[in-house]
Design a protein. Structure first.
Lengths: 548, 865
């Protein structure tokens, strides 16, 4: 009894990372426990019903789970917890969705009372058809996603054995000339393919696009890729042309400006969720080809209507990509039930240790409001408070000092409020990219930033996702979308691409002391802190003294 | 041991008791302690008391299933019955070796309990027990048997009986009594009866088959179908009321091949093992859970430290407070109720008894906290084992449909300690490390106390859920889950400290040994055989057991740690139990986020501020963290502490009763300088403001006395002083368990009681030798026509009871409420509750007399009757 694992009564598992058995233990618990926090000494995993069911889906049984816990646990594992695990895992597979030769999609059970129980639910009733025999009930094929989602919520997850359609074949190969998939990317593709559908979680800058490309090369079929915006769509296209055997002509863009449907089509969430007269006119995209694979980029941003469409696509392979499965709307479980369970997850620090993402120095700079600002802040309307403290003048001075300090390096200044950004751009003599900047202009500015022609770029939240700025080494965040954890992670991701000379990246977050800004910052940083990114906290005076 | 007299068979229970030796009397009194509260004066009184309904019911309830089945069989057997007749009823025509093996034990047990007396050829069930167990239309017997032919034909016309005799081919006789006995003999004769039944049509036999295992009553129409008519004609069904018929006992017994019970259960069902774990794993798991139990109780008390929830007017904790507690402890509500009740039962919390009544920790809690962990646990576990309060019923409703609240009234269930002890003892009977199948434990408990269990119907094979719902089964189930929560068991199996707690031997005994004992009229000693409650340990034994448990537990607890791991995400992880001092400080400085083997703490601005409020300085905190961290303190944590400390105390809050305000600083200087103002407790807060401790009226008064002319300002905030001390109740005793009936007497008391009874018995029997013995228990003296009869109270009662049976008239001396003595001749009808109801021949009406006013009793001379 001197294992690396401590099993807590709230079903969290504490793993002591410096323990000699830590690596073995991590492997043993990874199939069923979610990594929740990964700071320096003790990593926290959580055992959830979803995780246990995913483990069952992946072929693990309760005995293995219990063995893993008992084997590595430092203290005796509470009996109640073991019983609970066994009972929870036992709920999986009582119901199965499968193809019946005569009746199409059917829900069958090995335990009749369970079927009776779920059929009594008001939410299940509209999804099922005729009772075929006491243990079998027909399910409308279009409700496959819906019924899985609902059963999961009822606590009786169905095992989906109905399989996938292959889709229209289309040859796709990786063009590994002078590069190769990294080991973890290979592993992610393999896990995804083995599991059929699911989500791959990788840090920003760790090459999620290549995981998508790898999956496409496995599927070798027509692929629909859903991305957040047009810039991101172009980058996917660029990357696919560069990394695979696909040519420009084989890849279509389906966005506000272009409506191309090709063997590989990249569509934006925005165009899909455009609604006219109560209908979604672009929905037929999903049916326009016999897609063999659907890739959801930044799955944590998947808009609600897309969930609904996805429910209808359960027969097609689905790959979700994200850096943070944290959804501020708490719909993580919908992602799991509709796209699939998490198939691969790597702690940020582990990838960093392997050298695939740059080490980062995260600093929170606290600025003091002036006395008059404090008074104004205290009397501001509730809804104006955050804006007020986030755009305080002092931040500008601190930002300038940081920019001065890193003069010559590629610096991004990121913020939420256009006025603030315009003002900063003016003072720093740097171009500003915001919502109204045209795509052509954006790409031009990005390109010159990439070439090093300009070294400071001020961007609004339009640049939050999927823009590739290879040589940004310093990011300065002056304001953000309230307490959004995933935004913070995305922004840090801007500077994590490995640097040519291997030097450290810097991430500065400028925060107004003793205000809402500070509270939100604490919340925003939580995800990264749990990933092991410790924020140093500095006073603005120190920064100003350094820079001055 | 045997001093019995072979010369004459005992003629009454009292006589049977008289020949028993002291050891066997002690066994009786130990298992039926209600018989010696108060100590009876002599054996006659003891026998009378042993025959009272309340005492017999209590004794029957303590019988195991087989002994009860035996008693039930005796109730339907002839009175007296021989051992052979009883064996035939229990085992049936084809003998059952298991029954034959177990029956001597059951008979011996019934004899020991004074429920059966008499030699083996004349076994008699005490009359009250017979009344309770024999079938009657109101109370169907558990055997499912109906009345005997004699009983069922009691009101029947002689002509009808003759018809029946004719139908079954018996010679007719005009004497109804011999006719009925001839019919009974025919029904009891297997061979002739088989022939009689063979004549019947198939449908008739089906009707009999439906009634054979009871209930034996059936409905017939005015004009019965031919196959029913055939049965009625032959007396195989006898009418009991218009439209109702009954299957006579003899017929049913024939159809059952002589068996009184469909399924005699001579052997207790074994407790089955569900799984076996290594004993080390069991002990370690239990120890882990024991530690968690201590942590939970301490957390609960900490939660309530500064004044707990309010006491409901009806007593107890409101549902909302229980919910809140459950959330705070992060457990389901029933489990929260368990912890709260445990702390209450252990005397750690109580109501503070103030006007605004609230729960708070008792002074005993502070003492308990100082004990070593293993002893703290032993105190809780010992309390739990003997408590009659059952947290399991919390949330349910009482008979008046009021919700039972935690800590509230009506939670005592007297069976709880015995069931808990018994469940653990059953676990102790399993091999080491084995966890039981819950259903088998429940089945065993039901076997041991069938009458306390669910009403046993003939549905043993039916779905079993409903019948597990009786109180004893529920308590047993709660016991299993609570034992796990407390760490008495680990992974379902009894751990070593738990075993010590119930004083169980180290090596498990084989579960179902049967003691071979002859059916002779010996009076066996049944010390370890009697139901376990009767041998409940004395307080001293219990204290020794808990001390042993604590000693066994102590080495199983992990060593407390003196360090934590600090992390940059502002958490601290204590990878094991912490030293108390460290845990206390850390508990203030950080919020607990996760509990278990380890503890995860999170530092927040709020928690750091709490530490600063508690008097720590930022430097103290830095030093504390540096001292207890194995790794450098992360910069964000250092910064957090400094940042909170920077703002801490910038605003100051205090209490003042009144203030003095003046635009002129000099006036205030003047007041402060004045010695007469000292009593007002003035302090300068700002150049133009003084705060005062005196109240506004006194302040005004004081200032006027000095010579100022102050004006009162409108009431603008009199500050209330909030108390933030730890609340403690005045010293409070923990609630005493409320046992069912008197406590089990110890050997000294028993010996004394027996000596007293014997002495009294001698006194009451010796001088009466010359008088001719009347009926049972009658030693009546005095004669009609003389002075008032005088007899002892016990003898009066016994004579009365005998007279109720025989229907004889008695001559009594009676003193009425005015003190006037009289003599009356009465025929007692009923004796109960200290009153005798009788037909008074003197007054020619039914009257009720208090027994204590009857000076004595004598039987009437034959000529007087």
């Amino acid at each position: 009894m001197n294992g690396p694992l401590i099993v807590q009564s709230d079903k969290t598992l504490l793993l002591e990372v410096d323990h000699e058995q830590a690596a073995d233990c991590r492997r043993a618990i990874a199939p069923f426990a979610e990594l929740e926090r990964a700071p320096e000494h003790i990593h926290t995993y959580r055992v959830t019903p979803l995780g246990l069911w995913n483990a069952r889906a992946a072929g693990h049984d309760a005995e293995q789970v219990v063995d893993a816990l008992v084997e590595y646990s430092r203290y005796p594992v509470p009996h109640a917890l073991l019983v609970d695990i066994a009972e929870t895992m036992d709920r999986y597979g009582r119901l199965t969705l499968s193809k019946h030769p005569a009746h199409g999609l059917v829900l069958t059970t090995t335990d009749r009372p369970v079927l009776e129980e779920v059929l009594k639910s008001k939410r299940i009733a509209p999804l099922v058809g005729a009772r075929i025999d006491p243990d079998t009930v027909a399910v409308h094929p279009s409700e496959r996603g819906q019924i899985k989602q609902t059963l999961l919520k009822l606590g009786w997850p169905a095992e989906d054995l109905a399989g996938y359609v292959d889709g229209e074949a289309h040859p796709i190969d990786l063009a590994e000339d002078g590069w190769a998939l990294r080991p973890y990317q290979k592993q992610a593709v393999e896990n995804f393919w083995h599991g059929g559908s699911g989500v791959v979680v990788l840090p920003c800058g760790a090459g999620k696009t290549l995981v998508g490309a790898g999956a496409m090369a496995q599927a070798r079929s027509t692929t629909l890729i859903l991305v957040t915006n047009t810039v991101s769509a172009r980058q996917w296209k660029h990357e696919l042309v560069k990394r695979t055997s696909l040519t420009e002509d084989e890849i279509g863009e389906y966005s506000g400006t272009r409506k191309e449907i090709r063997p590989v089509t990249i569509a934006t969430y925005q165009v899909l969720t455009t609604r006219r007269k109560g209908v979604y006119p672009h929905l037929e995209l999903f049916d326009s080809r016999d897609w063999g694979l659907i890739v959801y980029d930044e799955v944590h941003l998947l808009p609600a209507p897309v969930f609904k469409f996805t429910a209808d696509l359960q027969a097609r392979r689905r790959l979700g990509l994200t850096a943070t499965l944290v959804r501020e709307d708490g719909r993580e479980s919908d992602v799991f039930s509709l796209i699939g369970p998490k198939r691969f997850d790597a702690p940020w620090k582990e990838i960093e240790a392997q050298g695939y993402i740059a080490p980062a120095d995260c600093v929170e700079v606290r600025v003091n409001l002036t006395d008059s600002e404090r008074l104004a802040y205290a009397t501001a309307e509730a809804e104006e408070k955050y804006r007020f403290c986030a755009t305080t003048d002092t931040k500008r001075k601190v930002t300038e000092a940081i920019v001065r300090r890193f003069a010559g390096q590629q610096i991004l200044v990121i913020g939420q409020y256009i006025d603030q950004l315009d003002e900063l751009g003016e003072h720093l003599g740097a171009p500003v990219i915001k919502g109204e900047t045209s795509n052509a202009q954006r790409e031009k500015l990005f390109e010159s930033f990439r070439q090093g022609e300009i070294s400071v770029l001020v961007v609004s939240k339009v640049a939050n996702f999927s823009i590739d700025l290879p040589e940004a080494t310093v990011a300065i965040q002056v304001s953000g979308t309230f307490g959004s954890r995933q935004e913070e992670a995305q922004r840090l991701g801007r500077v994590l691409r490995p640097k040519a000379d291997g030097h450290q990246a810097h991430f500065y977050s400028v925060v107004a002391r003793d205000t809402l800004d500070q509270d939100f910052a604490a919340h925003r940083q939580r995800f990264l802190a749990e990933q092991g990114y410790a924020y140093r906290i500095m006073d603005a005076d120190e920064v100003l003294a350094d820079g001055g | 041991m045997s001093t019995e007299e072979k010369s004459a068979a005992p003629r009454s229970l009292a006589e049977a008791l008289r020949v028993r030796d002291d050891v066997s009397l002690a066994a009786l009194l130990r298992s039926r302690p209600d018989l010696i509260t108060p100590v009876p004066t002599d054996l006659t009184q003891l026998a009378t008391r042993a025959g009272t309904r309340a005492s017999v019911v209590r004794a029957l309830e303590r019988l195991d299933r087989f002994a009860l089945q035996t008693a039930e069989a005796l109730a339907v057997a002839p009175d007296p019955a021989s051992y052979g007749e009883l064996l035939a009823l229990m085992g049936g025509d084809e003998e059952d070796p298991a029954v034959a093996a177990a029956l001597p034990r059951a008979v011996a047990l019934l004899r020991e309990q004074a429920l059966v007396w008499g030699a083996d050829d004349r076994l008699r069930l005490v009359r009250t027990a017979r009344e309770l167990l024999a079938p009657s239309p109101q109370h169907p017997s558990p055997t499912g048997l109906g009345p005997s032919v004699r009983e069922a034909t009691a009101g029947m016309s002689p002509g009808r009986i003759q018809e029946i005799l004719g139908a079954v081919g018996l010679p007719s006789t005009h004497d109804s009594v011999s006719a009925v006995s001839a019919l009974g003999a025919l029904f009891a004769d297997r061979r002739r009866m088989a022939a009689l039944l063979a004549e019947l049509p198939e449908e008739s036999r089906e009707v009999l088959a439906r009634l054979v295992w009871g209930p034996p009553y059936g409905q017939v129409t005015h004009d019965p179908a031919p196959h029913l008519r055939a049965l009625l004609d032959r007396g195989l069904l006898l009418p009991t009321a218009p439209g109702t018929v009954v299957l006579p006992r003899e017929v049913a017994l024939h159809l059952r091949a002589g068996r009184a019970h469909r399924a005699p259960e001579p052997v207790p069902p074994p407790v089955e093992a569900a799984a076996t774990h290594r004993p080390q794993v069991v002990d370690a798991t239990a120890a882990g859970q024991a530690l968690a139990a201590l942590a939970t109780v301490e957390e609960l008390l900490k939660e309530w430290d500064e004044g707990g929830p309010a006491v409901l007017r009806a007593g107890g904790l409101s549902v909302r407070d229980l919910k809140r507690t459950a959330v705070a402890l992060d457990v389901p509500e029933p489990v929260a109720a368990f912890w709260v009740e445990l702390a209450y039962g252990a005397g750690l919390i109580a109501s503070d008894g103030e006007a605004d009544e609230r729960y708070a920790a008792t002074p005993a809690y502070d003492e308990w906290r100082e004990l070593p962990p293993a002893e703290r646990w032993a105190h809780l576990a010992g309390t739990w084992l003997t408590a009659t309060r059952t947290p399991g019923v919390v949330g349910g409703r009482d008979a008046k449909d009021r919700t039972l609240s935690a800590l509230g009234p009506n939670l005592d269930r007297s069976a709880a300690p015995e069931v808990r002890h018994r469940v653990l003892a059953l676990l102790a009977g399993l091999p080491e490390g084995a966890s039981p199948v819950e259903a088998s434990v429940l089945a065993r408990l039901r076997w041991e106390r069938p009458l306390r269990g669910p009403q046993r119907e003939q549905r043993e094979t039916g779905t079993g859920d409903a019948r597990d719902d009786d109180l004893r089964s529920r308590i047993a189930r709660w016991t299993l889950s609570e034992a796990e929560l407390l760490g008495v068991t680990g992974r379902g199996a009894l751990a070593a400290p738990g075993r010590a707690l119930i004083g169980a031997p180290e090596a498990p005994r084989p579960a179902a040994e049967t003691e071979p004992r002859g059916p002779g009229d010996k009076l066996p000693v049944h010390h370890h055989r009697t139901p376990p409650a009767a041998t409940a340990p004395t307080p001293a034994e219990r204290a020794a057991a808990t001390a042993t448990a604590a000693r066994l537990l102590a080495p199983l607890f992990p060593e407390p740690l003196d360090h934590v791991l600090l992390q940059a995400d502002l958490t601290a992880v204590a990878p094991g139990p912490l030293e108390r001092e460290l845990a206390d400080v850390l508990g203030v400085l950080a919020d607990v986020e996760s509990k278990g083997g380890a503890t995860v703490y999170r530092f927040t601005p709020g928690s750091v501020r709490r530490a600063l409020d508690a008097g720590q300085s930022a430097a103290d905190l830095h030093a504390f963290l540096a001292r207890h961290s194995r790794t450098p303190v992360p910069q964000p944590l250092t910064y957090l502490i400094d940042d909170v400390a920077r703002r801490h105390g910038r605003l100051r809050v205090g209490a003042a009763s009144a203030y003095v305000r003046c635009d002129d600083d000099a006036t205030l200087d003047e007041i402060l300088a004045d010695k007469r103002a000292a009593a007002l407790g003035l302090r300068r807060l700002a150049p133009t403001v003084l705060a005062a401790q005196a109240d506004p009226a006194a302040l005004l008064e004081g200032l006027r006395a000095i010579g100022f002319a102050p004006a009162a300002e409108s009431a603008a905030g009199d500050v209330l002083i909030a108390r933030a001390d730890s609340r403690r109740t005045p010293p409070r005793a923990a609630p005493e368990p409320v046992p069912d009936g008197p406590p089990a007497p110890d050997d000294t008391l028993l010996a004394a009681a027996i000596r007293a009874v014997r002495a009294g018995d001698l006194a009451s029997t010796t001088p009466r030798k010359p008088s001719p013995g009347g009926g049972e228990g009658d030693g009546g003296s005095g004669a009609p026509g003389g002075s008032l009869p005088r007899t002892g109270a016990a003898e009066t009662l016994a004579t009365m009871q005998a007279a109720v049976l025989t229907g004889e008239a008695l001559w009594i001396g009676y003193v009425n409420a005015e003190g006037a003595a009289s003599q009356r001749v009465i025929a007692p009808i009923r004796v109960e509750g200290g009153f005798v109801t009788a037909y008074d021949h003197t007054a020619d009406e039914v009257r009720t007399y208090p027994l204590h006013r009857i000076t004595g009793v004598a039987e009437l001379a034959d000529d007087a009757g």
